[in-house]
Design a protein around this ligand. Structure first.
Ligand code: HEC
Length: 125
């Protein structure tokens, strides 16, 4: 069911690719793309290209998909050598970063909103 929905929305995305973006709620793919841009600007120098750690920051490929609370706290307030981003990120950018990290890690889009144990993650296409 969910997979079918996902496939359907990716088809819509493919179909509308290249056309002017209309205003409205961002799709998960748009969120992830916006998050990627924030990541490249603000996080990549410590966390590495595509989340593959360069040895400086935490390896975000291993961040637990169910721990959104910890993500928000660590990013907004900082933790040890990790600077706080609460004063820098614009509203919505935390969600975008989360969507980007989830997309790289292959977290099920639906699972990001659902309780952690609700469904096994579908395998990547
Ligand atoms: C100046 C380097 C630097 C930058 C820039 C940076 N980080 Fe980090 N980050 C770190 C380091 C170092 C750690 C490991 C902190 C520790 O646990 O000691 C870390 C840890 C984290 C963690 C894991 C925290 C936890 O709960 O264990 C997350 C999530 C994270 N960073 C997200 C981000 C995001 C998102 C950005 C961009 C907005 C970002 N970081 C930018 C250095 C950085």
């Amino acid at each position: 069911m969910r997979l079918a929905l996902l496939l359907a929305s990716s088809l819509v995305l493919l179909a509308t690719n290249g056309q002017a973006q209309t205003a409205g709620p961002a799709t998960p793919a748009e969120q992830a793309e916006a998050g990627r841009r924030v990541y490249v600007m603000s996080c990549q120098r410590c966390h590495g290209i595509n989340l593959a750690t360069n040895g400086i920051g935490f390896d975000l490929r291993t961040f637990p998909a169910h721990d959104r609370e910890r993500f928000d706290r660590s990013v907004l307030q900082g933790v040890r050598a990790m600077p706080a981003w609460g004063g820098t990120l614009k509203p919505g950018q935390l969600n975008q970063l989360w969507a980007y990290i989830g997309s790289v890690n292959g977290w099920a889009v639906a699972a990001q909103a659902a309780p952690p144990t609700a469904a096994p993650a579908p395998s990547a296409p």
